[in-house]
Design a protein around this ligand. Sequence first.
Ligand SMILES: Nc1nc2c(ncn2[C@@H]2O[C@H](COP(=O)(O)OP(=O)(O)OP(=O)(O)O)[C@@H](O)[C@H]2O)c(=O)[nH]1
Ligand SMILES: [Mg+2]
Length: 441
Amino acid sequence: MFKSGTIYSNFTPLVKSPVIGYRVSGDEVLEILKKLTNKNFSKDHSRVRIVKLYKKDGSLLDECSVVYFKSPQSFTGEDVCEVFLHGSPLIASQFEQTLKDFKIPGLRLAKNGEFSYRSVLNSKNSLKQAKAINQIISNDSFSSLEYNKKLLFEGDQVSGLTILRDEIVDLFSEITASIDFVDDEEFNFKKIMKKVKLYFDKCHNILQKTNNIRKEKNICKIMLIGPVNVGKSTLFNKIIDKERAIVTNIKGTTRDVLSNHFVFEGKMFEIFDTAGHRYKQGKIEKFGYKKAQQLSSEIDHFFVLFDKYSSKKQISSLKRDFGIKNNYTLVETKSDQYQYQSKNIKINHNLERDSVLSKLKISLIHKKYISSKVKKIDFNDEEIDFLENILQYKHDILNESDILIIAQIMRNILDDFSYEFGYINNEDVYDRVFSNFCIGK
Ligand SMILES: Nc1nc2c(ncn2[C@@H]2O[C@H](COP(=O)(O)OP(=O)(O)OP(=O)(O)O)[C@@H](O)[C@H]2O)c(=O)[nH]1
Ligand SMILES: [Mg+2]
């Protein structure tokens, strides 16, 4: 799958945003920079330069920051440049077109994970470290994040698997050494098997302990419910800081459940916007409302929004429909428009996001449902999957009485460790690993 050549890819999404980044890696980087900027970057290792980029016909493409990293002092170990274009997908497409127009032999779009793959091939990262980068991006748990950062920055030796691998090497050596003495009185099969069993018990205990930590919730799930038109979607958009949900003055605008993650004061949340309650719901609206109800068992905390026109009976119906006990907060909306006498929390769409979130006591709510303790783990998700596979040998090995077969199984386990650590470079394995990466990594 991976061929040589100079590769390029965007490393930010190709959407309207402040910047769109491109990374280029390979022998032709200096040549490309020369063609793009008419400048020589060879003495500019690791320096940010703001330069004009030109298309093939000489017209201006963009003026932006460019950083050149000289081989081998780069992420991939090759010559690399990173270009921070203005965040227009149109400029991005002109940039890609310009690269194509240069007709540089071997220059092509990178495959998923190809930069990381090259960093491993050029010994800039171990396979474990490269995989840790992927885990850092894809993980939702702070325990995992801390472990993967350690793995990336300190190296393979901090991996819990390193200790397990070293132990299996010792065990394998002991078994192979003893094979020659099978007929001797000294040979103690039981003693060896006891050690093998202890090893597997250890793996099993680690798996259980780590799985328990992994199962611990990190994300607090909150749901906005309330009568139609009270401002649920307005609040949803404010909290996630995006115009995601449609807001109109028409009752019953939201029909489907929408969800989004957000982070506040370092705490992770998932928020759900729902179809509003009214006695005469349309068919699709009713369907959406039911869908939200079905999710209610997963929800930690509900915000029941209502305005001056909402009745107590409606709020009772909502609480009943969603099976709410004490896990809710009443929130009066549109306080810019209406005067309320109650002691309930009052919000309106003119308030800043942070102020709304403080009024809703969102941090306290997180604390109520989610433990803030980041527990230390020594394995990431991938390593746990690996350990689960290793444990599949347990039954066979413990029920075997032939020491030669036991040694062969141990050999297989050792080979598995070697693949996991990347000591055996099997292209199929590598292709599978890196194809899971996002583009640009
Ligand atoms: N004055 C005022 N208007 C608001 C406020 N919040 C929302 N609105 C308006 O109220 C209308 C309904 O807002 P939405 O956010 O769509 O309400 P909703 O609860 O999601 O409505 P449904 O999806 O139909 O259930 C829109 O016209 C909003 O602009 C507010 O704080 N003050
Ligand atoms: Mg809505």
